[in-house]
Design a protein around this ligand. Structure first.
Ligand code: OOB
Length: 543
């Protein structure tokens, strides 16, 4: 079942251990240590409840015993799909203690994604909340358990209905032998550019190192209070430094169920939040909202913005409006994370996407022939290091393309380096749309469109958007002329019925007679992007 593609070659593993990057600690061990050190201090706070480090440690043990009784064993995959609730931490640390492997789905994922994650990883269990944001996950669970034979258990946090209730699984603690720190701890999901999302295996050693380095760069300590407004299963709020980096440092995690200023700003005041993380479209909303509200935000030291390119004009407004430093974060679930430093000059903070967090990050910027570009020139970023994966999970063929022979990950990002060694993200070589931080693999959506009877061919591209940075536009060629009046709304409904996450549904659908082609006969997406950008500009002028 497991390929060993994810392993670092032994010479690298030895090097990262020797240099102290990999500390030989597991997540189970980390929480135990922090519980001994920070005991009754609050680890996680939410509207519903507060959990101390000691309680979190104990509840993780109790749940691990409960999961074991259900039949969950070491290396079993468990798809976890939860909103920002304290149970998230008890569940994932329980799974870590057992050596079972969480697959971190996002709350916005729907049947299509969840079924794929369960089937591809041969998951034994699916854990979800009862409902959130008006969506009933129990309905989804019903279909999953019926359609994916490996899934034997569904556990629901909250009102479980016909399923096992999380609340009933807290048993008397049993000691489980610790797992190897070099083993896979969990799976993150790739933003991707292929037809099916790839799974990213992260080990205890590599991820805990990324927490350590992030906590250092972001200057976290036991007095830090991190407000989580983005969905915490995503790599950025999970670990950059995110909720896990905060627990690593002994600080307090405050969970917000939503990202709107009216929910989050009062929490900053009440909980004396010191750091929080946003994607650019949210940062724009908060920048508008803060001057119109009366909240005391003086506890806030750092406002992180990342996941997509943050426009320099907006970046410049952060300090005067929030009275704290902006930190740009350019990272990827595959590993590498870049940060501007808290004491960097304003020009660097505003105009760059930061520099690697670790001196062990290897960086190359190359042209289309994989030759390094001249300093300051733009090229594709390749990277390798102590917390960047060496391969996706069970994706042998794709790994040959996504990684160089000497183990560098091809990010698909076009970047240049400033003389001071900071990245500026200039564009993208991968076939992906970055919709305000949410990543859409064009091919995945195209495949779904092609499943429609009247669609002959489809090409999905990014179109510029003032607020989200990019939105998605699907160009479709219909099978016959009489389908010319195929209603775009109907096509969108078709995708929704297939159970595609809402953010992947094209924002716009354009019917076209044929695609522009490149010299070698491929669909020329550059021209398609231009067509839609010109059309939008024309509309704007007319309006
Ligand atoms: C984060 O992770 P993913 O895996 O959702 O997406 C990674 C991709 C990058 O390859 C890049 O294309 C884009 O998202 N990206 C940015 C960016 N941050 C991410 N593009 C421009 N400017 C930025 N600041 O998005 C992620 C993971 C950890 C920390 C932060 C973000």
């Amino acid at each position: 079942m497991f390929t060993n593609d994810y392993r670092w070659p032994e010479e690298f593993a030895r090097y990262y251990r020797r240099e102290g990057c990999w500390q030989g600690i597991t997540f189970g061990g980390l929480l135990r240590n922090r519980a001994e050190r920070y005991g009754d201090r609050t680890a996680v706070s939410s509207k519903e409840r507060e959990i101390s480090y000691r309680e979190l440690d104990r509840n993780a043990d109790r749940l691990a015993a409960g999961f074991y009784q259900l039949g969950i064993r070491r290396k079993d995959r468990v798809v976890v799909q939860l909103p920002n609730k304290p149970e998230f931490f008890e569940i994932v640390f329980a799974l870590f203690r057992l050596g079972a492997l969480p697959v971190f789905a996002l709350p916005s994922h729907r049947y299509n994604e969840i079924r794929y994650f369960c089937a591809f990883t041969e998951a034994k269990m699916y854990i979800a909340a009862d409902e959130d944001g008006g969506f009933d996950y129990r309905q989804l669970a019903k279909k999953i358990i019926a359609d994916v034979p490996t899934v034997q258990h569904v556990v629901i946090a909250g009102d479980a209905g016909e399923f096992a209730s999380l609340g009933h699984l807290y048993e008397d603690p049993v000691a489980f032998p610790d797992v190897s720190s070099e083993a896979i701890a969990f799976f993150q999901l790739s933003g991707g550019s292929t037809g099916l999302p790839k799974l990213i295996p992260r080990t205890h050693d590599d991820y805990i190192y990324s927490l350590h380095a992030s906590a250092e760069v972001c200057e976290l300590d036991e007095h830090s209070v991190y407000l989580a407004v983005l969905p915490i299963a995503h790599n950025y709020p999970l670990s950059s430094p995110g909720v896990l980096g905060t627990l690593y440092a002994g600080g307090k995690v405050v969970l917000s169920s939503g990202a709107s200023p009216d929910e989050a700003l009062p929490l900053i005041e009440q909980e004396q939040v010191t750091i929080t993380a946003l994607v650019p479209p949210l940062a724009l909303i908060w920048l508008e909202a803060v001057p119109l509200r009366q909240y005391d935000l003086s506890s806030l030291k750092v406002l992180q913005v990342g996941g997509a390119k943050f426009n320099a004009e907006a970046a410049r407004r952060v300090k005067p409006i929030f009275g704290c430093t902006l930190q740009q974060v350019y990272g990827m679930a595959e590993g590498l994370v870049n940060y501007t430093r808290l004491d960097d000059p304003e020009e660097i903070i505003v105009h760059t996407q930061g520099k690697p967090m670790s001196r062990y990050d290897d960086i190359r910027i190359v042209d289309e022939e994989d030759i390094e570009v001249a300093p300051g020139e733009t090229g594709e970023l390749l990277t390798r290091g102590p917390y960047t994966i060496r391969g996706y999970y069970n994706a042998e063929l794709h790994n040959k393309k996504a990684f160089t022979a000497d183990g560098f990950y091809r990010t698909g990002d076009l970047v240049r380096l400033t003389p001071a060694g900071y990245f500026v993200v200039e564009g993208r070589a991968k076939d992906q749309i970055n919709r305000g931080g949410e990543k859409i693999a064009a091919e995945e959506v195209e495949n779904h469109l092609l499943a429609h009877d009247s669609v002959h061919d489809a090409a999905v591209v990014a179109m510029p958007d003032k607020y989200l940075g990019e939105r998605s536009c699907a160009f479709v060629i219909l099978r016959s002329c009489d389908q010319r009046n195929q209603n775009p709304v109907e096509l969108k409904a078709f995708l929704r019925e297939r159970g595609l996450a809402a953010y992947k549904i094209p924002d716009r659908i354009e019917v076209i007679d044929g695609f522009p082609k490149t010299a070698v006969g491929k669909v020329n997406k550059r021209v398609l992007r231009q067509i839609i950008a010109d059309k939008l500009q024309l509309h704007e002028k007319q309006a």
